[in-house]
Design a protein around this ligand. Structure first.
Ligand code: FES
Length: 128
């Protein structure tokens, strides 16, 4: 069902865990399958310096989370938001059709993490 690359990421994710210095956290879920994904980002002057994830979900959800963390590191916020779920699928070497929604979840988690970062930034600005 899954290619070797997806299985490798599932078995040995590089970016699993929480991120101590995170200044943006995005949590999303899929109501139908019940999977939950959390992406942590550390952003400095619009550049994503680090990213990690915690995912309660299927093989494809974990592999997609791990891949998206690798992809967004070093990117600007806008570049990260421009990444589509089909790019994640391509980078993973493909996902079974019924598992494509797992890559959508990863894309949405990045969006939520960036939105959280922007909200925090606004709050900081108001304090000054
Ligand atoms: Fe729903 Fe994987 S089965 S995210």
């Amino acid at each position: 069902m899954y290619n070797q690359g997806v299985l490798d990421r599932f078995n040995n994710p590089k970016n699993a865990g929480s991120l101590a210095g995170a200044n943006g956290v995005g949590k999303v879920g899929n109501m139908q399958c019940g999977d939950i994904m959390k992406i942590y980002v550390q952003i400095e002057r619009d550049i994503i310096r680090d990213a990690k994830f915690k995912t309660f979900g299927c093989v494809a959800a974990i592999a997609s989370s791990d891949m998206v963390c690798d992809v967004i590191k070093g990117k600007t916020i806008d570049q990260a938001l421009a990444i589509s779920n089909s790019e994640i699928v391509t980078l993973l070497g493909g996902l079974p059709p019924q598992k494509v929604h797992c890559s959508v979840l990863a894309r949405e988690a990045v969006e939520a993490a960036v939105a959280d970062y922007k909200k925090r930034l606004e709050r900081e600005k108001k304090k000054v």
